[in-house]
Design a protein around this ligand. Structure first.
Ligand SMILES: NC(=O)c1ccc[n+]([C@@H]2O[C@H](COP(=O)([O-])OP(=O)(O)OC[C@H]3O[C@@H](n4cnc5c(N)ncnc54)[C@H](OP(=O)(O)O)[C@@H]3O)[C@@H](O)[C@H]2O)c1
Length: 412
């Protein structure tokens, strides 16, 4: 890892030097020193500093004689000029020719890409082009590692899939769930979003969602008066509940509505705490998902179940390995593969201290960093096992670390 970072830094420095090469060459070599005359002092009188003052900054107080041209340096280019710049976004009617910078070594944000990444991208693009030429659609062609059985043969439109849909969304009050809700409302013709929300710090579920809708995230949905139009607000159906409770804490009426109308489930809710005890994480991640899966099983119109997992369910894989979008085995201390149901039952039956001790042993032997990742790994296995016999489709999404929005509804 360190060697790789060192290589990347060296490469980046070289690339920068090359970009500024003409400026570097413009600096003439210093003239050879004349031999010291007998009796002359050993040191020449101090030359004025060639600091930023000599390069056009604030003048020095002691007005020093100007430097000979041979000693002056061409002004340093600013950082932006040193870096190769990305090609401009295409603008209609533009007559400016694209810059000569090779686009392959700079991404669309202007970051330098190391040669290994450029090579890998070229390889993936070639594989995708070959797959497209062989008649595959763009979605599957961009995932050449996908097993053939999982490859779609017809074009897929996520937006169209939500036309007239009724979505049951968990975690709408959270970081990712709120973005999912905004995108469903803004980008799709989804009919209803059922949000299961718990009361928190005295705030009832409805008012929590209304407060959420006032955030800048939802600005694109607001009408002229700065409020969410009634037609949009009515697409959000807030239901009081708690996914850790039996029947996800829904009232009988809400349970009936959800199970008879839901066509899609997007399950974002979880505890993302790395420090919570195993019992709490088991309850919020694994057992709560059992509850959401039980609701899915009761839905008569359900088509898909999207489970939000994490890239770190594979945190035990060796560094540098390319991890394909498949499940990876997790070996237990006795060498046997993970049996998520048995482990969950063992954790639940054990005292808090014993569950912690067993989790610590498992983490040490299997290589996962914390109990959050372990319970998310168990949960993903639970979802995939359930999906094998379910009449609906399952998609597992594995984000890595989620940061600020890149683009819509606004960057930041
Ligand atoms: N953030 C990341 O960088 C990241 C990276 C990879 C994967 N993920 C995954 O993405 C998903 C969402 O993460 P996030 O960052 O959005 O987390 P978050 O901001 O903490 O949101 C968690 C959401 O789950 C809800 N929730 C938790 N327990 C609940 C319960 N018992 N009943 C009802 N709702 C409950 C929370 O509701 P309250 O508001 O009531 O607490 C909140 O809306 C998780 O599955 C996480 O594992 C996140």
């Amino acid at each position: 890892m360190l060697a790789t970072m060192g290589g990347w830094k060296r490469w980046k420095r070289r690339a920068r030097d090359q970009a500024s090469a003409p400026v570097a060459r413009a600096r003439p070599l210093a003239p050879p020193r004349a031999p010291r005359a007998p009796g002359a002092p050993h040191r020449a009188p101090r030359r004025p500093s060639r600091s930023r003052f000599a390069r056009g900054g604030r003048p020095s107080a002691a007005a020093a004689p100007p430097l000979p041209p041979s000693a002056t340096r061409a002004p340093a280019p600013d950082r932006a000029r040193r870096r190769p710049q990305p090609p401009p976004r295409s603008i209609a009617n533009t007559t400016t020719p694209p810059p000569t910078t090779p686009a392959a070594s700079v991404d669309e944000l202007g970051n330098l890409l190391p040669p290994s990444v450029v090579r890998r991208q070229a390889k993936a693009e070639a594989a995708a082009a070959a797959a497209l030429a062989a008649g595959e659609n763009a979605l599957t062609a961009s995932s050449p590692g996908l097993p053939a059985a999982l490859k779609e043969t017809t074009p897929v439109s996520i937006r169209a899939a939500y036309d007239g849909a009724s979505v049951f969304l968990t975690g709408a009050s959270g970081y990712i769930g709120s973005v999912v809700m905004e995108q469903l409302l803004r980008l799709t013709k989804v009919e209803r979003v059922f949000c299961v929300v718990r009361a928190k710090r005295g705030a009832p579920p409805d008012s929590r969602i209304d407060k959420l809708l006032q955030r800048p995230l939802f600005h694109a949905l607001r009408g002229a008066g700065g409020t969410i139009p009634a037609a949009t607000r009515s697409r959000i159906v807030v239901m009081a509940g708690d996914i850790q409770a039996p029947r996800v804490g829904l009232s009988d009426g809400d349970w009936k509505t959800v199970t008879s109308q839901t066509t899609h489930i997007i399950h974002c809710a979880a505890s993302i705490s790395f420090a919570d005890p195993v019992h709490a994480l088991l309850s919020q991640n694994y057992e709560a998902t059992q509850g959401v899966l039980a609701l899915a099983a009761a839905c008569t119109e359900l088509r898909t179940f999207v489970h939000v997992s994490t890239a770190y369910v594979n945190g035990h894989m060796p560094r540098g390995l390319v991890v394909h979008e498949t499940t990876q085995d997790l070996a237990m201390p006795d060498g046997a593969p993970l049996d998520h149901a048995a482990l969950a039952a063992r954790f639940r039956a054990a005292s808090a201290a014993d569950a912690e001790a067993e989790a610590a042993t498992i983490l040490t032997t299997c290589g996962l960093p914390n109990a959050y990742c372990l319970t998310k790994h168990m949960t993903e296995r639970l979802v995939l096992d359930t999906a094998e016999t379910a009449p609906w489709g399952v998609a597992v999404v594995r984000p890595s670390i989620v940061g600020a929005l890149a683009k819509a509804p606004f960057p930041g």
